[in-house]
Design a protein. Structure first.
Length: 357
């Protein structure tokens, strides 16, 4: 019995009655559906199990993958009774762009991308084998052309030209050709190149096999003269993060809480390093009322020591200096510049004990 391939899709029930969502992020199948009777049936069964839904939202952020999987998904979505709305959440490339054509309505943010090209394959054998492979690729291309033309009003000759050129389309260009129906002005996509990898909305795609790549700055060489293009960044607000990426939002929130606790503990430790006779009230206010840092409180501590006698201030200088190997000798007559050195020495000493450089 064939073993089920790893799922690359996720169906999710929507909060709205009679609606559901299909998430296609990453590669469209890591294994071919050609000759696979199990995985396509599993996808079809899960789609059917959604029940009598009237609205189906499909979210795509994919660089493509197996052409047979993409064609099957396109056909299943086209024949579904629900109104299918496709959102390109970053990238719809190669066969993922064909799946997008199944939408009754296709929506792209302004800085999302769509890439269309002729089908690829790898093969081995003699000349006859490769001639047969070439014929198969031509037939597959015809099915792809049909999918694009069913959705758009683009002329066949122009479409073939775009496929031959391996064309990266902006939302405006895809709208002009009729491959999408709307541009979402409200949503912005994060896009960048990192070491030859395309990153769209947090998903990484290997584009090294393509003849053409999108004109986006490579963030690893952004400061060099070779960096070209535009680095598009998504503006995230807490509300958007919470609604669209709840897992990330909760993780960041928890991390922020943990970091806050850690920072407060470090602040208490640093304040403890400033303890000196007569300064207890100042330090307690900083700990529990004002929230001041050790650096902010140091000047107050110095003033208390100055008012209570030069000898105590000189002793404070002597205590602080060894902690930072500061070559500074205490003096009996203390001036303002000496006071500044005390502040600096005390702050540096506290930071060193905390492991902060």
């Amino acid at each position: 019995m064939p073993q089920k391939a790893k799922k690359f899709w996720e169906f999710r029930a929507s909060k709205t009655k009679n609606s559901a969502e299909l998430l296609l992020y990453g590669p469209i199948s890591e294994e071919s559906w050609w000759g696979d009777e199990v995985t396509p049936k599993q996808f079809a069964d899960e789609l059917k199990s959604l029940g009598d839904v009237s609205e189906l939202t499909v979210r795509i952020n994919s660089g493509g993958g197996d052409v047979f999987a993409g064609q099957a998904i396109h056909s299943l979505l086209r024949s579904h009774q629900a109104k299918v709305t496709v959102y390109v959440d970053g990238l719809a490339a190669s066969i993922a762009s064909v799946i997008a054509m199944a939408g009754d309505t296709v929506v792209m943010p302004r800085n999302a991308m769509m890439m269309i090209h002729n089908p690829w394959t790898i093969g081995w054998g003699n000349a006859n084998d490769f001639r047969r492979i070439a014929d198969d690729l031509d037939k597959i291309r015809e099915s792809i052309i049909a999918a694009y033309q069913d959705k758009s009003s683009i002329e066949r000759e122009k479409l073939i030209e775009l496929l031959d050129a391996e064309t990266w389309l902006t939302a405006e260009e895809a709208l002009e050709y009729g491959l999408v129906d709307e541009i979402d002005e409200r949503k912005s996509i994060s896009a960048s190149m990192k070491g030859g990898m395309l990153v769209m909305n947090g998903v990484t795609f290997d584009v090294t096999g393509f003849k053409n790549v999108p004109n986006i700055i490579d963030t690893t060489t952004a400061n060099s003269t070779e960096g070209k293009g535009v680095n598009i960044q998504m503006e995230l607000t807490p509300d958007i993060l919470a609604k669209q990426y709840p897992d990330i939002y909760n993780a960041v929130k928890q991390e922020g809480y943990n970091e806050g606790v850690k920072a407060e503990r470090e602040r208490f430790k640093a304040l403890q390093e400033l303890e000196a006779p007569g300064c207890e009230e100042i330090l307690n206010q900083a700990r529990y009322e004002t929230g001041e840092t050790a650096e902010q409180v140091a000047i107050k501590v110095v003033n208390v020591l100055k008012s209570s006698g030069a000898n105590r201030l000189a002793a404070a200088i002597q205590d602080a200096a060894p902690l930072n190997q500061i070559d500074y000798q205490p003096v009996i007559q203390v001036k303002d510049d000496e006071a500044s050195k005390v502040i600096s020495a005390m702050a540096q000493a506290a930071n060193k004990k905390r492991g902060v450089k």
